[in-house]
Design a protein around this ligand. Structure first.
Ligand SMILES: [Zn+2]
Length: 61
């Protein structure tokens, strides 16, 4: 399974800022929708790893 259902996504929030997460299909990541956050959390074995230490930070411009 490589995709999360929308029902599951409804319950997931970013542990850093508590904004909703969106599923980035191509990257297989859960991306925070918070404007000042934007952390991307990996999925491992179909389980979202919602740990700030494991998250990929957005590239700064
Ligand atoms: Zn966030």
């Amino acid at each position: 399974m490589s995709e999360l259902s929308h029902e599951v996504l409804e319950f997931l929030v970013c542990p850093a800022c508590h904004a909703k997460l969106t599923w980035a299909y191509e990257a297989a990541e859960l991306v925070c929708t918070g404007a000042d956050c934007g952390l991307a959390y990996p999925m491992r074995g179909g389980i979202p790893i919602l740990l700030i230490d494991e998250a990929r930070r957005p590239e700064t411009k």
